[in-house]
Write a protein that binds this ligand. Structure first.
Ligand code: NDP
Length: 330
């Protein structure tokens, strides 16, 4: 059994030396447990936070210990009624080839209903993050102009498409390459998109949203957040979902510098954690799974083969190497 461990806490951008690969023995499942062979693993930006020692909403990884994360696997052995060998399960014991885990921490998924990777992306945690962050936290309503950063990623791509499907007036996305901008415009139906590396975000956003924005779904923070405040209409609502531009930072961000505008514009700026919104899970699946099946909500995956390549996949995710959901296939 192979597992990926945190070898050291990264300072700034992680390197391969911050990870190690180890072989370990795994016992058979005890009472209430199942043995799972992992098939697909989720690679997520929030893991960068867990690699640091800083106190957060989720405990840090321990140096020298296996990392974990979302995964889908197949049950090999079970001591629990309702879990049979061959069943597919979604669970949080990824970053290893096999896992023994309590059955009550596993959720059965149907490989016939959707490809396994979808349970880690569009129909999984990132999809629910988008759904709850847009509809509940930002209180999106028909006719809103929506700006989403990180728009070509797992969360952002769902935000933009859901806004369009629910009658947004205009949806604008930003991403980090010309190809991603093309993807947003041609494949995902965004009304406008720009490459934030091409010039100041504030200028590019103003050009893309001449009448201002009503909702900003923030995946990036920093200069993007400052630009969104500058382009916000009165009573605009912001969902602060992620700030990936600062996850590797060793110094405090220089932006936003224009927070005083929150007053005059009466902005609502709310932090968002998907963990607060699992009560929406069945509503989310009932609405989004058919849209995916009908091809009305599209999703991309960037799949890296092999557990030993998971550290590089994580580094690539932070560098923008993915379009849509970043997955490791074992
Ligand atoms: P993505 O699939 O969006 O992958 C991350 C992307 O971030 C990269 O592809 C890259 O795209 C972009 N990026 C990296 N560095 C920068 C930068 N300096 N400036 C702008 N963009 C950058 O990941 P997810 O969809 O899984 O997550 C998106 C965001 O949502 C993250 O911030 C994450 O932490 C957050 N999140 C929050 C949750 C919550 O409950 N609050 C739950 C899930 C995710 P590009 O090429 O465009 O630069």
């Amino acid at each position: 059994v192979t597992e990926v461990r945190l070898a050291s806490r990264p300072v700034g951008r992680p390197t391969l030396d911050d990870f190690s690969i180890a072989e370990v023995e795994v016992p058979g499942p005890g009472p209430g447990e199942i043995l799972v062979r992992n098939v697909e693993m989720s690679v997520d930006p929030y893991m960068r936070g867990r690699m640091s020692a800083a106190k957060s909403y989720i405990a840090p990884f321990e140096v020298g210990k296996v990392m974990d994360g979302g995964a889908v696997g197949v049950v090999l052995e079970s001591t629990v009624d309702g879990f049979e060998p061959g069943d597919h399960v979604l669970h949080g014991f990824g970053w290893r080839s096999h896992a023994v885990l309590p059955a009550k921490k596993a959720h059965k998924v149907d490989p016939e209903a959707a490809p396994l990777g979808a349970y880690l992306g569009v129909l999984g945690m990132p999809g629910l993050t988008a759904y709850s962050g847009l509809f509940r936290v930002a209180e999106f309503k028909e006719g809103d102009t929506v700006f989403v950063s990180g728009a070509a990623g797992a969360v952002g791509s769902v935000v933009g498409q859901l806004a369009k499907l629910r009658g947004a007036k205009r949806v604008i996305g930003s991403a980090g390459s010309a190809e991603k901008v093309r993807h947003l415009l041609d494949d995902l139906g965004f009304d406008a998109a720009f490459n934030y590396k091409d010039g100041p975000v504030a200028e590019q956003l103003k050009a893309a949203a001449p009448e201002g924005i009503d909702v900003y779904f923030d995946n990036v923070g920093g200069e993007h957040l400052e630009a969104a405040i500058a382009s916000a209409n009165v009573h605009a609502r912001f969902t602060i979902c992620g700030m990936i531009s600062v996850y590797n930072a060793t110094e405090p961000p220089a932006a936003p510098r224009n927070l005083a505008q929150v007053i005059g514009k009466r902005l609502t700026i709310k932090g968002h954690l998907v963990g607060d919104h699992y009560d929406l899970q069945s509503q989310f699946l009932a609405e989004v799974a058919p849209l995916v099946k009908q091809g009305r909500l599209r999703y991309e995956e960037t799949v890296v083969e092999g557990l030993e390549n998971a550290p590089q996949a994580f580094i690539d995710l932070l560098d923008g190497g993915n379009t849509g959901k970043m997955l490791v296939r074992l």
